[in-house]
Ligand binder design. Sequence first.
Ligand SMILES: Cc1cc2nc3c(=O)[nH]c(=O)nc-3n(C[C@H](O)[C@H](O)[C@H](O)COP(=O)(O)O)c2cc1C
Length: 438
Amino acid sequence: MATTTIQTPLTLPCGAVLKNRLAKAAMTEGLADSRGVPTVGLVRLYQGWAEGGCGLLITGNVIIDADHLERPGNVILATAPTPEAETALRAWTQAGTANGTHLWAQISHAGRQTQKLVNPNPKAPSAVKLGLPGGQFGEPQAMSASEVEAVIQAFVQAALTCQAIGFTGVQIHAAHGYLLSSFLNPLANQRHDLYGGSLENRARPLLEAVRQTRAAVAPGFGVGVKLNSSDFQKGGLTSEDSVQVAKWLQELGVDLLEVSGGNYEAPEMMGMEGLDPSAPRPTKSASTLAREAYFIDFARTLRREVTMPTMLTGGLRTLAGMQAALEEGVDVIGIARPLTIDLKAANALLDGTQDHLPAWEQQLQERPGFFGPKSPIKLIRTIQGFAGIYWYYSQFYRLGRGRPAEPNLSPLKAMGEVTGMSGRLIKARKGGAPVSPV
Ligand SMILES: Cc1cc2nc3c(=O)[nH]c(=O)nc-3n(C[C@H](O)[C@H](O)[C@H](O)COP(=O)(O)O)c2cc1C
């Protein structure tokens, strides 16, 4: 049998064919206006990514409940789009599906990780506040069973809207501590009803959202899931739990299971340690070429347990590492940060002119001052973590305005820009004329 390489096409269970094995992983773009309508900046970003070569583009968080944004500037699909929103959404999907590219919307509800400026009392499985210093997050309220059912319906409705406006699939976000992920996490989910306690109960909102979405959309429309390999917290979702959830998802006909890990309290998805020094961390066998991939050990275990296509995201930077992951049985390579400064960076891997992608996170860490040694002060460490992500957000503002990215941008300046813009977007949501981030 011919060796699978990053250039090899992949047929998914729904029949869709990805033209190669590279996928742009979800990155929240922050380029919708204050009403949650895509701007020309978002269209511009996806024009670049579609020309950039990846067979699959997964959007950043597209929010199914306007009170539970992952951040201001998210696209919102909570209700049927207005004619104006529909035109903007279609321009976005047209841009993202050019060049034979599949475009999936990552549909999501931020749950207790909704920032306080968006909602001081977000809905969550239980009234368990995030354990982070700094007061950025509010006091969550436990959802009633009927509110959980309504959220499941909102996922299905959002998927139908995505199908109607030109996406070729959706990815249901059940990773990184957002609502469906927090249901899976026993530390965040302390319920005693149908949605809490046993793993089967904790997985029910996710499994129902997937089951009902698969039944509602057309057979050829992709339905994927992003799942934590573990929460990397003592008492959180374990890798054994995650394998079991993956088996259930396979039975429901999931087309692509993306493996990640962690949440805001333990940001392992970015390769970063959380605030609890005694929490478990991802294991990586030293013997494998794919050791740059944060969750490769889990992906290998998963391959023995399920046959559905899997996507591995986190840390993959070299062609050799990607090839090794494919040889371990991973089907799709997920890439996020290397595709920020140069939206078309994947082309060089695919045409063989480069054997690695830029690791911007390393360059940031090597900057003197702010990103120097990890601070012993938890608040400063938390701010450092968020500032590292805001640096990419700020680059999206530049690219969205049609300007080049700024690799030398100061993380502190980026933080100022993003917090300023978030404030303006939220103020406009509360009344007045719509505000655009670009
Ligand atoms: C700027 C930025 C925004 C992100 N937004 C999302 C998101 O909306 N949804 C999601 O599932 N993951 C998000 N992530 C996580 C990435 O999808 C990915 O899991 C992580 O960056 C690790 O991959 P990488 O090492 O290739 O960057 C984001 C990451 C970055 C850097």
